[in-house]
Design a protein around this ligand. Structure first.
Ligand code: PEP
Ligand code: MN
Length: 652
């Protein structure tokens, strides 16, 4: 049983809770679980949970039905997010991100780990793995470079802005490794080495706990319990394949363990496809399957020359294979409602660069800021989901009543950034926001993000589909659920400013004949029920959000690492052309001649000027910036009303 104590509980009240439990036959233990201070009670004692919940200083009581308590979801319903490392290269594991760890099986030399670290970092890995002490099946196999290997690894991690994770094989080594590694790995063979677990857990560092090759899920979680009970708060579970009768692959990847563990525990779960499968050609598909199944991340073995590897060469990916895998993960992530975690690279300059209207790049003096990020709508809005994806769940937020309110908040400096939708893959451009960019020339696009949209029909607990007569949503919500709505022609559709506002209005009114089309998060945020999920016409439904910021403001903040800190590779422009033959063609020719890839071209009537049109254009920026700046200058001279909306890192 877990007793979660109130924030700022007094020593006296805490002691009274301990005495209460001891008097009733429990062994008690103080613990910290996430942000909560808890008292764990184990044993066969009997207690009146309601009475216990009423004691001073008690926030809530969770009676766990599992043999593990601290690791159990019953004791902590929310997901634990584990933080590894410090500073700008800090990595979070869990929540809505996919964090990828990569590196060689073993550290073989300074050069080898340096080269591997640079290659995997280039492809987007955020943490470096590598064994300094190798537990090998044969006593004659390479045993690792020991502490020297760990020192090489730390240097490689620092040079590339990556926290490191390495295996600890014995309690005696743990103390000396503590200052060099950012995260300890408990290897599969040591999962039930309880003295090792107790020692490593007591050091308080994050731990990656591999599942033993013959361990049941319950045994695995009990090992996590050892670590948590010994004092660490940060445990990440790692499925790495189990022994089955099948011998074709090295082990059998227990893909369903991911969702089983996520149901049982609040701890993040990552997958090691390398040790699970053991055959290079089959690692990437297993890795993608793990992401599709809900893994919070991966740890993958990569070697610059696998044929020369001193251990696990046959399962080590070539750097090119890893790069391809990372691109595939990035494309898959939005399908499962996640974002591939990116952290700033030390060399890449992790501050925002905003271009002037002319497109000529000018690096601004940028000061970090803790200003909130603005979005339009009620809590649970898709824009809020996008915001959390880009800036993290904990990011301070500012709710605006309209898209215009988001632009105002950013312009006036009440918000450091804003998040607005610009395009949906089913319903097309959000013209209102394009128009706002034209009216707010001091606001620029500085990032983009794609969010998968799963619409739900949401209503009061007591409502049923048969009784619904009114449906509220944003017009885009109606457009994206056309086929579903066509089945209910009697429903009256009422447009709202955004989908979450539609949900909030039903909650406020207590209406039982009204439903809303919005995301599941909005239903949760307002305590309503999902009558039907996935009602969008096509499940490949994505909305592209852009991050906006002030062009010349002092409130510019570091770019969110999840959006990539590398050089911008995409730009958005709006222009109109003179009413003469070949005018649009000559603009497209400039784009083509300079080798820019046109990824969007849309024409739209100009407000107040009947039968005149402007063009929305997205282009990729080639690596030679001069070409791009030149193209922009030339376009400006050939067009009328040229607007440079911003340049940013494209999301896949
Ligand atoms: C490793 O990750 O280096 C390793 C030895 O894996 P496992 O403990 O899963 O066999
Ligand atoms: Mn290995």
């Amino acid at each position: 049983m877990i007793v979660v104590l109130s924030k700022g509980v007094s020593q006296h009240d805490k002691e009274m809770v301990r005495i209460y439990l001891k008097d009733r036959g429990f062994a008690v233990r103080d613990q910290v679980l996430g942000d909560d201070e808890v008292i764990g009670g184990t044993g066969k004692g009997v207690v009146d949970l309601r009475e216990l919940g009423l004691l001073p200083g008690v926030e809530r009581v969770a009676a766990t039905s599992k043999p593990y308590e601290l690791a159990s979801r019953e004791s902590k319903p929310g997901n634990t997010i584990v933080t590894v490392g410090t500073g700008t290269s800090q990595v979070k594991i869990g929540g809505s991100r996919i964090s990828v760890i990569a590196g060689p099986c073993a550290v073989e030399s300074r050069d080898q780990i340096m080269e591997t670290a640079a290659r995997v970092r280039e492809s987007g890995a955020v943490m470096l793995r590598g064994g300094a002490y190798k537990p090998r099946s044969s006593p004659y196999a390479f045993q690792g470079l020991g502490m020297q290997g760990l020192e090489f690894m730390k240097a490689a991690g620092e040079a590339n802005g990556m926290p490191i994770v390495t295996e600890v094989v014995s309690p005696e080594f743990a103390g000396q490794m503590k200052d060099l590694t950012d995260m300890f790995q408990i290897g599969a063979r040591n999962m039930q080495n309880f003295e090792l677990l107790k020692k490593v857990g007591s050091l308080g560092k994050p731990v990656l706990l591999k599942r033993g090759p013959s361990a049941t899920i319950e045994e695995w979680l009990l090992s996590a319990e050892y670590l948590l009970a010994a004092g660490t708060r940060d445990v990440v579970l790692c499925e790495r394949g189990i022994r089955t009768f099948e011998t074709y692959t090295r082990n059998t990847l227990d893909i369903s363990a991911i969702s089983v563990v996520k149901g049982l525990s609040h701890l993040p779960v990552i997958v090691d496809p390398s040790h699970a499968v053991g055959i290079r050609a089959m690692i990437s598909s297993a890795a993608l399957a793990a992401v599709a199944a809900g893994a919070d991340g991966l740890t993958v073995e990569v070697h610059p020359r696998p044929d020369e590897a001193l251990s696990d060469g046959p399962q080590s990916l070539y750097p090119e294979q890893f790069e391809r895998l990372m691109r595939d993960i990035e494309a898959l992530a939005p399908v499962v409602g996640k974002e591939l975690l990116r952290t700033p690279r030390p060399s890449a300059g992790n501050v925002l660069k905003v271009s002037g209207k002319s497109g000529a790049s000018a690096t601004e003096a940028v000061s970090p800021s803790n200003l909130p990020i603005a979005f339009s709508g009620e809590s649970g809005a898709y824009a809020e989901q996008a915001l959390m994806r880009a800036f993290g769940e904990e990011a301070p937020r500012l709710q605006a009543a309209s898209f215009r309110g988001v632009f105002d908040a950013v312009l006036e400096g009440a918000a450091g950034f804003g998040v607005v939708p610009v395009e949906n893959s089913l319903a097309g451009s959000v013209h209102e926001n394009y128009d706002l960019f034209l009216r707010y020339p001091d606001i620029a696009m500085v990032g983009e993000l794609k969010l998968r949209i799963v619409h739900c029909l949401i209503a009061d607990e007591k409502a049923s589909i048969e009784n619904i007569s009114i449906v509220r949503s944003h017009p885009q919500g109606f457009a994206q659920c056309r086929d579903f709505l066509d089945k209910y022609p009697a429903w009256q559709l009422e447009a709202c400013n955004d989908t979450a506002t539609a949900v909030a209005s039903i909650a406020r009114e207590g209406a039982t004949k009204v439903a809303a089309i919005a995301g599941e998060a909005a239903a949760k945020a307002h305590g309503l029920r999902v009558l039907k999920a996935g009602i969008e016409t096509n499940p490949l439904n994505y909305t592209r959000f852009v991050i906006i910021s002030r062009r010349n403001g002092s409130n510019l903040a570091p770019i969110p690492p999840s959006l990539g800190s590398d050089k911008p590779n995409k730009a958005s422009l709006v222009f109109s052309v003179p009413d003469e033959s070949g005018a649009l063609f000559s603009c497209l020719k400039i784009i083509s001649d300079r080798g820019l890839n046109l990824s969007k071209l849309e024409s739209r009537p100009i407000q107040g000027q009947p039968w005149e049109y402007q063009f929305y254009v997205d282009v990729t920026i080639p690596s030679t910036e001069d070409t791009f700046a030149g193209a922009v200058e030339e376009l400006r001279t050939r067009t009328e009303n040229f607007y440079f909306l911003g340049e940013y890192r494209a999301s896949l």
